[in-house]
Design a protein around this ligand. Structure first.
Ligand SMILES: [Zn+2]
Length: 357
């Protein structure tokens, strides 16, 4: 069933791209003549295709990412949280695991009357719409400065300070950051969550927190081009290299499910940074566009081994499609609410054309 209002703007050509640069970066070994540690900021993303006569977005709204395509292509802006446009459906109760591989154990880091979902065009594993951003190790929830950020599950704060420093790495680009070691593990593995770019930290290292406790406020500290909270899930180690897709850990909205899949060549190698188009077979409409993980550094779920995830997809029957050169992959999926719905796209349906004289 397609529920009006559940479809979120995705990276269609008509979407407005809002500047939001990830601030995280890969700490690289310092070589002679290496570039300075601070990554270059990519040029701000252009705002494109704002229809004439629509409400002019305010700069604050643009920065906050509060731009929505209301289904019909109309673009409106709001000045921040607590506007009806920001009111999202309730997320399902956690912990939620309807499939043996599911682990929707965390709430969302901001409330449902704010932007409590990740930017689709800079999803986990993405290198940005222009392929010029660092591979994203988390998801970005764009919100104005000052929105409450919640601990997404119970645990102990293991870091609260500027940047993120531990015996594994020292990353200043995160800005004000909180990291939590959760009370529960996953198959014997520790689980951490991390919240970056906060304007104010409202937790201290060693503090016990419960799910929903306010640990800080959204901000734009560190390397960012707009305020948001960068959110990560880490397994085993509290490290930049131990990240997994938060959308496989964060309970979906009521009435929606999560699609995970893998686009791979015949030899099993993942196809990197390929666009996946999702089509609702009831309406024939494209509902989502996303790219597969763009390279190494981000981890696939130990059980699913996915290289793309689409969160909060309304129940229904969908076709996914990916093209790479002359190769074409398609897969159908029936999306059930409250669970992961797998699309297998591991075999291209078309082969490269044979050479003709
Ligand atoms: Zn980010």
């Amino acid at each position: 069933m397609l529920v009006a209002g559940f479809i979120r703007p995705r990276s269609t050509s008509a979407d407005v791209l809002v500047t939001s640069t990830d601030s995280t970066f890969t700490p690289a070994p310092v070589a002679q003549g290496a570039a300075p540690e601070t990554p270059e900021m990519p040029a701000p993303t252009e705002i494109v295709n704002v229809p004439q006569g629509e409400i002019a977005p305010t700069p604050l709204a643009l920065l906050a990412g509060q731009i929505r395509d209301n289904g019909g292509g109309a673009i409106s802006a709001s000045s921040g949280g607590n506007s009806p446009e920001n009111w999202n459906p309730p997320a399902l109760e956690v912990p939620l695991a309807r499939h043996p591989f599911d682990h929707y154990w965390f709430i969302r880091p901001v409330a449902a009357n704010n932007r409590n979902y990740g930017l689709d065009y800079y999803a986990f594993g993405s290198n940005g719409p222009a392929n010029d951003l660092r591979i994203h190790h988390g998801i970005d929830l764009s919100n104005p400065i000052g929105v409450e950020v919640f601990a997404t599950g119970p645990g102990t704060v293991v870091w609260a300070g500027e940047g993120h420093i531990n015996d594994l790495e020292n990353i200043t680009a995160y800005g004000n950051t909180v990291a939590i070691l959760h009370d529960f593990g996953y198959n014997g593995r520790k689980i951490y969550t991390l919240y970056a770019h906060l304007s104010i930290i409202l937790a201290r290292s060693g503090q016990r927190v419960g799910s929903g406790d306010v640990i800080g406020l959204t901000g734009n500290t560190g390397l960012v081009s707009g305020p948001h909270v960068h959110y990560e899930i880490r397994l085993d180690r509290n490290s930049y290299f131990s990240v997994y897709n938060p959308e496989l850990w964060m309970a979906p909205y009521a009435g929606t499910g999560v699609i995970a899949g893998r686009v791979a060549f015949e030899n099993g190698d993942p196809v990197m940074d390929v666009q996946i188009t999702l089509i609702d077979l009831a309406s024939g409409q494209i509902t989502h566009r996303i790219t597969s993980y763009a390279g190494p550094g981000v981890n696939a779920d130990p059980n699913w081994n996915e290289n793309f995830v689409i969160a909060d997809v309304p129940e229904g029957h969908y076709l996914a499609r990916a093209e790479y050169g002359s190769l074409l992959w398609t897969g159908e999926v029936q999306v059930l609410a409250g669970t992961t719905n797998w699309i297998d796209m591991q075999q291209p349906a078309a082969s490269p054309p044979t050479e003709t004289p």
